[in-house]
Design a protein around this ligand. Structure first.
Ligand code: ADP
Ligand code: ZN
Length: 607
């Protein structure tokens, strides 16, 4: 009996990449590729897009040309493929003439299955001619356009040179195109199909749910630095995002003073410094990158264990993309947002300085969505996915709101006081003024409007300003009061407000948590002994990586190290059976000798 097509794909996956099973979506995409279909592949970061064009390229005759916007990314992918003994190379502007000629020769001779190029290079006359020659020998099996959202002006990373890619279609109408992106918005997706002239493309939209990411929001306060320090001390690589360059530098300095290997990354640094810091991060020479949002686009580091936002992200979409850089290897990772309403007011002020009114409105709405997310008591991934038009069937059970719901208190009486104060002030004032009246403030503005004579003046002294603000936010979110904008925000009563004042409706407020929901959560559930082994294996991996000037994850992913620690393979054959990129011919003897040493020190027998 002959094996089914999916059996043989499974075998190819194990043979070339060492993985035991496909991630969701991969198999269907690869099958469609093998039938020469045009495709648009939308998968979240870490979903495993690369494999979707790499495996078909290895299985088809001829060479697949991969267009990728970032040189570092190209280099990483090619390194990883080569480490597995697979025929891959790249051509870009960093190569010297001779080197480029050698590579071109290798492609011509059919030794290369994946040829990576930068878009500007691809469309030079020279290269177009080269592509023409490839058609007859060894054959052109497909184009893969990575980070395809770069063709769209609606995306967050438009690159004019990507626009030219439509010409590929004119020259090679019959060569199938696979476009890949993690972009979540429909407009960009439509734009990609159009700009790249995809022909009746199969569109694969993978779920954007990333079950290995544990989302959490913490109030930002005096002890936030201490909390961050504790998180970092748990080990694993991480990114901390701040808004300003100054904050980035300060936080990186402070962490370094406390003995943490941390480096800054922001637009104020030279290109060389930035790229140097980035490489050191990828190679695990430093543990933490403190960065402005300029960092991380297209960074291929699968073993980032935490992403901390020390400041508010600009939009919920950018928050999702930035946190998506954690845990691309599928292992548990933490995504923590530190929320401060003071920060939110600062952002509001910056927005109010924008000249364009339309821009202001959009920015306000985006800020509002971020705050709503942070304030919510709902399952975090459910909120994020809803933003992208996806519904999460069940709550995730790993986010802070699922694991440790905020305590809820009945604040109906306070809500009645607040709303009647809005009414007494004739619906002409904003939150700050209403709270001032309730708390009996002596501000000039109160006297000027004679609001110290209102019956609601001073009836709310028993609650703090922060507590009243929390109530006001809840009332606004739930639509129990409206806020209009007449140059400044003004509270207006609506039908629901009156229901509350008539005691027909209850108001519950979620109070901030006092204890953090997580502690030591990132640690995998390994026995203490296996933890110790993991530690040694990491060090060994770093040593092998250094010898090859490579990033540790290209040697073995964390998940494979964990399997090694748990299963302790005793023979090369057992070793080769572990899931992960294991190629005994490349890693075999050297690794075996080294591993033998590790096993021996731990008294576990020789390999
Ligand atoms: P993306 O480009 O979608 O962000 P990558 O292609 O970089 O994601 O893949 C993310 C990580 O997942 C990589 O480390 C990759 O080796 C790993 N990976 C991909 N497919 C599989 C699979 N089927 N099984 C296990 N790991 C996989
Ligand atoms: Zn949840």
């Amino acid at each position: 009996m002959s094996a089914s097509p999916s059996d043989s794909l499974d075998r190819a996956l194990k043979q070339y990449f060492g993985y035991d099973r496909f991630r969701p979506g991969q198999q269907g995409i690869i099958q469609a590729s093998l039938q020469n279909q045009d495709q648009l592949v939308i998968m979240p970061t870490g979903g495993g897009k690369s494999l979707c064009f790499q495996l078909p390229a290895l299985l088809r005759p001829g060479v697949t040309v991969v267009v990728s916007p970032l040189i570092a990314l190209m280099q990483d992918q090619v390194d990883s493929l080569q480490a597995n003994g697979l025929g891959a190379t790249f051509l870009n502007s960093t190569l010297k003439g001779l080197e480029a000629r050698d590579r071109i020769q290798a492609v011509r001779q059919g030794n290369i299955k994946l040829l990576y190029v930068a878009p500007e290079r691809l469309l030079s006359e020279h290269f177009l001619e080269f592509l023409n020659q490839l058609r007859s020998q060894p054959g052109l099996s497909g184009f893969a356009i990575d980070e395809a959202h770069c063709v769209s002006e609606w995306g967050h990373d438009f690159r004019p040179e990507y626009r030219q890619l439509s010409r590929l279609r004119q020259y090679h109408p019959d060569v199938p195109v696979t476009a890949l992106t993690a972009t979540a918005t429909d407009r960009v997706r439509q734009d990609i199909i159009q700009q790249l002239s995809l022909k009746r493309p199969q569109v694969h939209i993978a779920s954007f749910y990333r079950p290995n990411l544990a989302y959490e929001v913490r109030p930002k306060g005096r002890d936030s630095y201490q909390q961050i320090y504790q998180l970092v001390r748990q080990g694993g690589a991480g990114i901390i995002y701040c808004l300003s360059r100054r904050q980035v530098d300060e936080l990186a300095d402070k962490l370094r003073q406390d003995g943490i290997e941390a480096l800054p990354y922001h637009a104020g640094m030279s290109d060389a410094d930035r790229s140097n810091n980035q490489t050191r991060f990828i190679r695990d020479d430093v543990q933490v990158m403190v960065a402005t949002i300029a960092f991380g686009m297209g960074i291929n580091k699968p073993d980032v264990r935490f992403v901390i936002h020390y400041d508010l992200p600009k939009t919920l979409e950018s928050y999702y993309q930035e946190t998506g850089r954690a845990g691309r290897d599928g292992e548990p990772a933490q995504c923590i947002l530190f929320l401060s309403y003071g920060d939110a007011s600062k952002v509001e002020w910056i927005i109010s300085q924008k000249a364009d009114e339309q821009e202001q409105r959009i920015a306000r709405q985006q800020l509002r969505q971020v705050i709503d997310y942070a304030d919510s008591t709902e399952c975090r991934p459910s909120i994020l996915l809803r933003y992208f038009g996806e519904t999460l069937g069940e709550p995730c059970q790993t986010c802070d709101n699922c694991r440790n719901p905020k305590p809820v208190e009945d604040w109906t009486v306070e809500a009645m006081k607040f709303l009647s104060c809005v009414a007494r002030c004739r619906e002409r004032f904003g939150v700050t003024h209403i709270i001032d009246v309730l708390r009996g403030s002596k501000k000039q503005k109160i006297k000027q409007y004679r609001h110290d004579r209102l019956s609601t003046y001073g009836i709310g002294k028993d609650r703090t300003v922060d507590q009243w603000r929390a109530l006001a936010r809840t009332l606004k979110h739930r639509g129990f009061v409206d806020e209009t904008d007449d140059g400044y925000p003004v509270l207006k009563l609506n039908a629901l407000s009156w229901e509350i004042m008539r005691q027909q409706r209850k108001v519950e407020v979620a109070l901030p948590r006092t204890v953090s929901a997580f502690e030591g959560d990132r640690r995998s559930p390994l026995a203490v002994e296996a933890e110790a082994l993991m530690f040694q294996l990491r060090a060994l991996r770093k040593q092998i990586a250094n010898e090859r000037s490579a990033a540790p994850y290209t040697i073995f992913p964390d998940s494979t190290l964990r399997l090694m620690a748990q299963q302790r393979p005793q023979t090369l054959a057992e070793f080769g059976q572990l899931s992960g990129r294991l190629n005994p011919t490349t890693y075999g003897p050297a690794t075996a000798a080294n591993l033998g040493g590790v096993w021996a020190t731990l008294g576990c027998g020789a390999l």
